[in-house]
Ligand binder design. Sequence first.
Ligand SMILES: [Cu+2]
Length: 159
Amino acid sequence: MKLSSHALSPAFAFLLASGGAAGATQVSVKDPWVRATVPAQKSTGAFMQLTSTEDARLVEAHSPAAGTVEIHEMSMTGNVMKMHEVPGGVPLPAGKPVTLGPGGYHVMMMDLKGQVKAGDSVPLTLVIEDKNKQRQTIEVKAIAQPLGGGAPMSGMKMH
Ligand SMILES: [Cu+2]
């Protein structure tokens, strides 16, 4: 059986976390994407917009495509763009869309298992922690977008 093209389908995805008790925090994920890489590149960033129904945090992310995945934030120090792991994760205030985008918060994928080519669908697992320290996971498929545009991720020095 061939994989149908819908694995590559919409750049728009609206996913609700399933399971959990009634009234549990729900987080929607919009437009998940990852920056495509060149063959020797070992890291890249994944981006999306998250909206949580309750105060929560994005505390971890995992992907079978990367050996290490961290939640990062970029900031300018003088003229130098730096990035670092976000202690405690990204805050998701109730009802407020939070954008992970180039130049800001991102899901940092390191020790990539292979090249991420434009159009690839990269599985990501997001770990959300609510204010009661309850954790839930959300499965996301991030579509790889071509290099170029936005802030460069490759060739940047970490830490
Ligand atoms: Cu980073």
